[in-house]
Design a protein around this ligand. Structure first.
Ligand SMILES: Cc1cc2nc3c(=O)[nH]c(=O)nc-3n(C[C@H](O)[C@H](O)[C@H](O)COP(=O)(O)OP(=O)(O)OC[C@H]3O[C@@H](n4cnc5c(N)ncnc54)[C@H](O)[C@@H]3O)c2cc1C
Length: 310
């Protein structure tokens, strides 16, 4: 039986199941024993899909205290001897994973977006050189396979088990040299990766980008954008879809005036239904779309809003 450690945080509701799916793809569901390491009990209760959920004894450990989290994970590895360690490629995971890799003296493949078996060897695929090419990386040497996984790329594991074993892990938190001064709440903005409906704009609606907001409100969705819009300074990079932006998985993606470059399409792998509105029916995104509307995107917004209001 292979053993796999998965670090968990409260970033997206689907994330624990996505990471579990990765473990199942590497080792097959029936031959892997999974250990989940959540930051606190709130995360643990929303991630009860692992064979064992480990809770560090005593205090809850804040996400910024990555030194202590890496220490717990390293001690768990001493005991279990993991074959694989999976960490989400979030801000939290990007801080913990290198520290843990250093402690274990193993290599780390960061920001993995795909897994492939090539000649009987597992290749971890990740974008390189700002997404200009994809690198397939193979593990050599001793120690566990260690990687961070980009959220929103892998589907959620289906029919997961219900965790039956909760384990309290004895741990004395060490002074990490970090002093907590205070915190300020950032104004809440929903992550486009959590949205079921995305109204996405590209170069074809550059001058009318603000019109997308009306349609997104009417369809209870969110606005997202291609890099063309972001690079023009019209929208924040937080809402960029694609290889150097976010990978999204909405039920409906309406692409308004988006050409469909490979880099943009890279972020659309898990979209369920796609409508493309473009004056050019030969734009590559139209070949991926369930419905193609040939025409002006702003006209489309007006017409659809009228229909919805009716
Ligand atoms: C390393 C690298 C990483 C990248 N990462 C990303 C990424 O993460 N995400 C991303 O999006 N891009 C990314 N890009 C950029 C990408 O290559 C494209 O340049 C970009 O996606 C183009 O955006 P667009 O389709 O919105 O605009 P354009 O290429 O300008 O296309 C505009 C489209 O709108 C149509 N159109 C024009 N007028 C109208 C109208 N009135 N109504 C309807 N349709 C109209 C046109 O026919 C055309 O198809 C990256 C590039 C590189 C080199």
């Amino acid at each position: 039986m292979k053993k796999c450690l998965v670090l968990l945080e409260n970033n997206q509701p689907n994330l624990p199941l996505e990471l579990l799916e990765v473990a199942h793809r590497i080792f097959e569901k029936s031959s892997v024993f999974t250990v989940g390491l959540p930051l606190d009990s709130q995360i643990a209760s929303s991630a009860e899909y692992f064979d064992v959920l480990v809770h560090a004894e005593g205090s809850q450990i804040p996400a910024y205290d990555t030194a202590n989290i890496a220490l717990i994970a390293a001690k768990l590895h001493e005991e279990y001897g993991f074959d694989c360690i999976i960490v989400p490629a979030t801000n939290y995971g990007r801080m913990v994973a290198p520290r843990l890799a250093m402690r274990l003296d193993v290599g780390l493949v960061a920001d993995v977006t795909g897994l492939e078996q090539v000649n009987g060897q597992l290749e971890m695929i990740r974008p390189a050189y700002s997404g200009k090419l994809f690198a397939g990386i193979v593990k050599k040497g001793m120690g566990p396979l260690m990687m961070t996984i980009r959220p929103g790329v892998f589907p959620a594991a289906t029919n997961p088990f219900k965790t039956t074993q909760h384990r309290v892990f004895p741990f004395q938190r060490k002074s990490s040299g970090i002093t907590f001064i205070g915190s300020r709440e950032k104004p809440a903005t929903k992550d486009i990766r959590d949205s079921e409906v995305l109204i996405s704009g590209g170069g074809g609606v550059l001058e009318h980008f603000s019109r997308l907001q009306d349609l997104s409100e009417a369809l209870r969705g969110q606005v997202s954008a291609s890099r063309r819009i972001v690079d023009s300074g019209v929208a924040s990079r937080k809402i960029q879809v694609g290889q150097s932006g976010k990978t999204v998985s909405p039920r409906l993606y309406i692409a308004l005036g988006i050409y469909g470059s490979v880099q943009h399409m890279e972020g659309l792998k898990n979209v369920q239904h796609l409508i493309s509105v473009n004056i050019d029916p030969l734009a590559p995104i139209c070949s991926l779309a369930d419905v193609v509307v040939v025409g002006d995107a702003v006209d489309f917004i007006d017409q659809l809003l009228k229909r919805i209001q009716r």
